[in-house]
Design a protein around this ligand. Structure first.
Ligand code: NOJ
Length: 704
């Protein structure tokens, strides 16, 4: 009987249509409502949540090459509805199990025998929709020259954004402005001067996080970006923004010889900033691995590296020199340290031929080899030594954005790494000039592509698929943004894709950036931020080999905050970024990095305010233990945190790593306190976060 009433109810919701060509679709909990409407032949959608307007009527459509404008003159010829309520198990992640519950409406539109399908899915945490153009007689050119998706917001909505179509990909600090102010000019006034970067239009990257004037938070992004161009968001004024795709060098935005299935356009919706961090919508709009693909070999973990001494402390070079970092003697020492402290991976950059002092950043210059080692890097010896100590190299492929050179060597490079027990490869694509990825077109001419256009998306997919064949995980720096593809390809284990810690090494991210990232970049997926730097001042030498310290270089953080980042920023491959000698100065704090897990059963967001603070607790996947991470911006804070998330009838030893009253991100970064107390579900925890600081806690189950 209950089942019968439920089906009737579903039928009633699903048959909602009024005579003005409107079709309605609600989220399973009934709070979010989508309206699809065909007004004078133009497809429109509108979204509200509990009577709050989220997106007002906004146009939809795709323009194909050859004047097939699929954005008007439509009739609705059919609609299909379905409901879905299942859950699926992650191979690993922030959660063990994810609920996938949505209502779906597919609308089939016809314009003089040309058909466009639009599928909407409404979840409790937001909406996704995608276009489908099936193979059909009346369309003979499937290349897309424009996408007409609009998002009609209000001009009083505020966005946290980074500029698209600019030279440094996603590595920018965030601007916070009204959405109409998304422009290179405003960005140049408020954050960093990019006015000279005139190629391309004014637009923001996604995920684009917005606080609406009615207090609701949304994030506009995309899911399952597979063989398409990536979407940016361009303001058209008065709160209206439009999808803008990166074009190929010949102006086509998406190339296709046949039917098109676009990525999902996604709008995550929540009443507060914390719930935004709890959404699984992007992963739910991606597919599982193909049934024949076994990814059980993908093993999350932690790694160290001969890396910070190049990019951070500036003691060593990537290229051959008296201070070459990747030399056998040093690698063996690092292996000893990594092994003693339980790290399985060691990244070594600068091991291969092609590095030279001018390697960076314009995509020109010498080509990298991915199979030839520098003379002072004895990979056979290193492999043998590491194997005995259970430490494997994390491979490194810096391409300099020279894609053809990399693709030519790709398979051999993977075979080479297979020989040496390598399981993870960090890849890099530094090419700091807008639209400067060079490729040969069919006529043999060199043309230049954007870093986030379809050419590169195909490249990243090729790398990940081939890497899977060789059982290799990929951690990309200068990547394409994550759109949940990691569900289908779990070996796409992590990526950077924002200003990470390394920018604090050779420049500064400022003290507030770290508390914006969880609500922007990290909404898309795990980040190889590379936390865990302990030497936070007087760490950088003026040049490699010199004894002079750059007194001005400081990392805007505290040791306790560096620990907290392991919990706040999810990444199934986490780096301990600093040098062994710096960890040796703080063995007690280093214990936290050794203990903290990288994959989780579940999480809870304790508190948050974008750009100000965030506190997250996560439960370890493999034990009853919980971990807490809390970070703040330039302001100090006291939190009194209820420990009601702890398991019933259990006692825990809470080891609290916190700033002291004297700690300060500018003047006294490295002072911290560690204390242990017994707690349970009914306890409360007092946590002090210094200016620019943070705190981390391990809750270890006490077994009597
Ligand atoms: C840029 C990457 O983000 C960085 O981590 C790496 O060290 C350099 N490229 C060199 O590959």
């Amino acid at each position: 009987m209950r089942k019968y009433i439920l089906s009737l109810f579903i039928l009633i919701i699903f048959s909602c249509k009024n005579n003005k060509n409107s079709y309605y679709l609600n989220s399973p909990d009934g709070e979010i409502k989508l309206e699809f409407n065909l007004k004078n032949g133009v497809p429109l959608y509108k979204i509200s949540k509990n009577d709050n307007l989220i997106i007002d009527y906004s146009k939809l459509g795709i323009i194909l090459n050859g004047k097939t404008d699929l954005d008007k003159d439509f009739k609705i010829i059919n609609t299909n509805r379905k409901t879905h309520n299942t859950s699926w198990k992650t191979l690993f992640g922030e959660q063990k199990e994810i609920i996938n519950n949505y209502n779906e409406l597919e609308v089939i539109l016809d314009q003089e025998n040309k058909k466009l399908n639009i599928t909407f899915r409404v979840f409790d945490d937001g909406i996704g929709f995608r276009y489908k153009i099936e193979n059909q007689e009346n369309i003979n050119d499937y290349n897309i020259v424009d996408e007409k998706t609009e998002f009609k917001l209000s001009k009083n909505d505020t966005a946290w954004w980074i500029p698209a179509f600019s030279y440094r990909r996603y590595e920018f600090l965030y601007a916070k402005t009204p959405i109409d102010d998304i422009s290179k000019n405003i960005y140049s006034k408020e954050v960093e001067d990019i006015r000279y970067d005139t190629l391309g239009i004014d637009a923001a990257h996604t995920p684009l996080t917005i606080k609406k004037e009615n207090g609701i938070f949304i994030s506009i992004h995309e899911a399952d970006l597979n063989d398409y161009s990536s979407m940016t968001l361009a303001p058209l004024g008065n709160g209206l923004i439009e999808a803008e795709l990166y074009p190929w060098s010949d102006g086509i935005k998406v190339k296709s010889d046949e039917k098109i299935i676009s990525p999902w356009r996604t709008i995550q919706i929540s009443d507060n900033s914390s719930d935004l961090l709890d959404s699984n919508l992007i992963l739910n709009l991606n597919d599982d691995p193909d049934s024949l693909e076994d990814f059980s070999w993908v093993k999350p973990g932690k790694y160290m590296g001969i890396w910070w001494e190049m990019i951070g402390t500036n003691e060593s070079t990537w290229w051959p020199s008296d201070n070459h970092g990747a030399n056998t003697k040093k690698v063996l020492e690092y292996i000893d340290f990594a092994s003693e402290n339980g790290f399985e991976g060691l990244l070594v950059e600068g091991w291969n031929k092609g590095w030279h002092p001018e390697w960076c950043c314009s995509g020109d210059g010498k080509k990298f080899s991915f199979t030839e080692t520098q003379p002072d890097f004895d990979i056979d010896k290193i492999y043998k030594y590491g194997k005995e100590k259970n430490v494997y190299l994390v491979g490194h492929h810096e391409t300099g954005g020279q894609i053809e050179n990399y693709e030519d060597q790709l398979e051999n490079a993977f075979k080479f790494y297979n020989k040496y027990g390598i399981k993870n490869i960090k890849t890099g694509y530094v090419n700091d000039v807008s639209k400067n990825i060079k490729r040969k077109n069919k006529k043999g001419e060199i043309v230049k592509e954007w870093h986030h256009g379809q050419y590169m998306i195909r490249h990243f997919r090729k790398v990940i698929q081939l890497a899977a064949k060789y059982k290799l995980n990929i951690i990309t720096h200068e990547p394409i943004k994550d759109t949940g593809i990691r569900r289908k390809y779990p070996n796409y284990i992590s990526r950077e894709g924002a200003k990470g810690q390394e920018f604090n090494g050779f420049s500064s991210n400022g003290v507030n950036h770290a508390s914006i990232l969880p609500f922007t970049r990290l909404l898309s997926g795990p980040m190889d931020y590379t936390p865990g730097v302990f030497k936070l001042n007087n760490f950088r030498y003026v040049t490699p080999g010199s004894n002079t310290i750059d007194k001005n270089a400081i990392i805007p953080s505290t040791i306790a905050k560096e620990l907290a980042l392991y919990v706040v920023y999810y990444s199934p491959m986490q780096m301990a970024a600093d040098l062994p000698k710096h960890y040796q100065n703080h063995p007690d704090a280093f214990e936290f990095i050794k203990k903290v897990p990288v994959v989780w059963e579940k999480k809870k967001i304790i508190n948050s305010k974008i750009g100000e603070y965030v506190t997250i607790v996560r439960k370890d996947l493999n034990s009853e233990d919980w971990y807490l991470g809390s970070i703040t911006n330039e302001n100090e804070r006291y939190f009194n945190i209820s420990l009601d998330f702890l398991n019933e009838n259990k006692k825990y030893l809470a080891t609290i790593y916190s700033d002291t009253k004297n700690t300060n991100w500018k003047k006294n970064q490295m002072e911290y306190s560690i204390k242990s107390i017994e707690v349970n579900k009914n306890s409360n925890l007092d946590l002090f976060l210094a200016k620019g600081g943070g705190g981390a806690v391990q809750f270890k189950e006490i077994v009597d």
